[in-house]
Design a protein around this ligand. Structure first.
Ligand code: ADP
Ligand code: MG
Ligand code: MG
Length: 253
């Protein structure tokens, strides 16, 4: 059993204009292994900021509150230490890494997270089979990480990493954005496989309810104005689908 516990999290960032912007205004959330939580909120509400704070992006400054993983202070850990501890972030805008092949990148990441290089024969099989299930062309293994990939191809790469790195807690920031229906199904199947095979905890950040037809969260949280304003079950997503965020946006001011 693994528990990611976020308490009263406040985060701010220095803006390019030289001012300080408070983005997270008191997030409380607990994610346990084997469960799926959906965070749903309008654009600009601070969802990506929450994911960056969990992963340890240096720009996003925690000014109050805590994040722990099984009681260990995650905020005291470097980005690498967090990954080794079992926290994974699929970024909303995956970065391109020119000159580094996808296969090298994956092996390096797996070595870092597992503490030793994966056995080559087994590893090659593992990568091939994960790529096939995600309907990724084998030729992508030799291409530079995400370089020139379409939005949908980048999202598949994030799920490929997820399946190979097998984290304890996975934060998926809009992994559904920009996917057509077929890609959405392939990507969702991958997330579900990861969770079932590893008893992983999933924090699924999205602003569309359609992914929730494929990935079924036990908990749905409405995120407005830098914090969770309401939590419930899947029925909350149905309400958002029907009525949008208006009721919650009013509650947040
Ligand atoms: P979401 O993911 O919900 O769309 P974000 O976390 O990306 O929201 O952003 C929340 C708010 O904080 C937005 O208004 C955004 O413009 C602002 N913001 C995020 N990062 C920065 C930054 N580095 N500098 C200035 N403003 C930022
Ligand atoms: Mg956004
Ligand atoms: Mg975002």
């Amino acid at each position: 059993m693994t528990t990611l516990a976020i308490t009263d999290l406040h985060v701010e960032v220095d803006t390019p204009e030289g001012t300080v912007k408070q983005i997270l205004t008191g997030v409380d959330l607990t994610v346990e292994s084997g469960t799926t939580h959906a965070i749903m909120g309008p654009n600009g509400s601070g969802k990506s900021t929450l994911s960056y704070a969990i992963a340890g992006h240096p720009k996003y400054r925690v000014t109050q509150g805590s994040i722990t993983l099984d009681g260990e202070d995650l905020l005291a850990m470097t980005v690498d230490e967090r990954a080794r501890a079992g926290v994974f972030l699929a970024m909303q805008y995956p970065v391109e890494v020119p000159g580094v092949s996808t296969s090298n990148f994956l092996r390096t990441a797996a070595t870092a997270v597992r503490g030793e290089p994966p056995k080559l024969r087994h590893w090659i099989k593992e990568v091939k089979s994960a790529m096939a299930q995600l309907e990724i062309d084998p030729a992508f293994a030799e291409r530079s990480v995400n370089e020139g990939f379409s939005g949908g191809e980048k999202k598949r790469q994030e799920v490929l990493q997820l399946e190979l790195l097998k984290p304890k807690i996975a934060v998926l920031d809009e992994t559904d954005s920009g996917l057509d229906v077929d890609a959405l199904r392939v990507v969702s199947d991958g997330v579900n496989r990861y969770q079932q095979d590893n008893h992983g905890g999933v924090l699924l950040i999205t602003h569309y309810t359609r992914i929730l037809r494929y990935i079924r969260p036990e908990f749905v949280h409405v995120f407005v104005g830098g914090r969770i304003v309401e939590s419930g079950g899947p029925e909350l997503a149905d309400e958002l689908d029907a009525n949008g965020y208006v009721r919650f946006a009013q509650a947040a001011v």
